[in-house]
Design a protein around this ligand. Structure first.
Ligand SMILES: *Cc1c(COP(=O)(O)O)cnc(C)c1O
Length: 251
């Protein structure tokens, strides 16, 4: 059987250098994260606030032990945690201090809550706007119209840094449907990028721009275990892969 390291090595050799690999460790034990970490993986994603904070605490405890035993360097301090699940506003305080990127920002209500938390804690949060591109009704996210409304709004969010979009394709075996969904997401990315990415000094794009911070809309997070190859062909910059690396999840 392939080890976690074997699979990561294979993925890394397969993915273009421009595509970041996010290891989705939700529902898997810390031991699995450690194996991936030791194989060089640094970006991990979790979908439940409590589980993220437990794993952050676990990493911190192991690091303390390592330092107490004379260890040096960044060991376990250089993990980047992404958050990819549904985020309720009452959970912000256990997620935002630890997440280097919140990929699943799916409503204006949540954006406003993150902005408020940022004001109170003097922190800027990097986010992706989760966009609804699949035909699954249950999926969260901004529609194209909602994204436009949001972009044309004149409200400022100085504690939020929008880095791009995230989306999931329809749950289907039809590769054409999946490819189409990814194209929809890429089109929404282009809209966001045109609006914010190129000309931060235009009045309409004053919204969201943090003073003196480089405006960097550059991420399209798409592709999971079953469809990442199509996503890469369609321009993904970040794939989120769970079961292929860690095996089936035990819910
Ligand atoms: C669970 C999850 C993944 C990983 O799915 P796999 O099919 O296990 O690769 C990716 N993205 C999101 C948003 C998820 O919730």
């Amino acid at each position: 059987m392939d080890t976690i390291k074997d699979i990561l090595d294979k993925l890394k050799s397969e993915l273009p250098a421009t595509v970041k690999l996010v290891a989705v460790s939700k529902f898997h034990p810390f031991e699995s994260i450690l194996q991936a970490y030791e194989a060089g993986q640094r970006i991990f994603a979790e979908s439940r606030p409590q589980e993220l904070s437990a794993k952050v605490a676990h990493a911190s405890k192991l690091r303390q032990e390592y330092l107490a035993n004379g260890g040096k360097g960044d060991y376990l301090n250089d993990i980047q945690w992404h958050f990819i699940g549904h985020l309720q506003t009452n959970k912000l305080k256990i997620v935002l201090p630890y997440a280097s990127l919140v990929q699943s920002v799916d409503s204006l209500h949540l954006i406003e809550a993150i902005e408020k938390w940022g004001q109170q804690n003097d922190r800027v949060t990097d986010i992706l706007l989760e966009c609804h591109v699949s035909s699954d009704q249950s999926k969260q996210g901004f529609s194209s119209d909602e994204l436009l409304d949001f972009l044309s709004g004149s409200i400022e969010y100085p504690h939020i840094h929008v880095r791009g979009v995230m989306g999931m394709a329809t749950l289907t075996d039809d590769r054409n449907v999946i490819r189409d969904d990814f194209r929809k997401l890429t089109a929404m990315y282009d809209m966001l990028h045109d609006w914010l990415g190129e000309s931060p000094n235009l009045p309409h794009s004053g919204a969201l721009v943090k003073e003196n911070s480089p405006w960097d809309v550059s991420e399209i997070s798409m592709g999971m275990s079953d469809d990442y190859q199509i996503a890469v062909e369609e321009g993904s910059t970040m794939v989120r892969i769970g079961s292929l690396i860690f095996g089936a999840r035990q819910y």
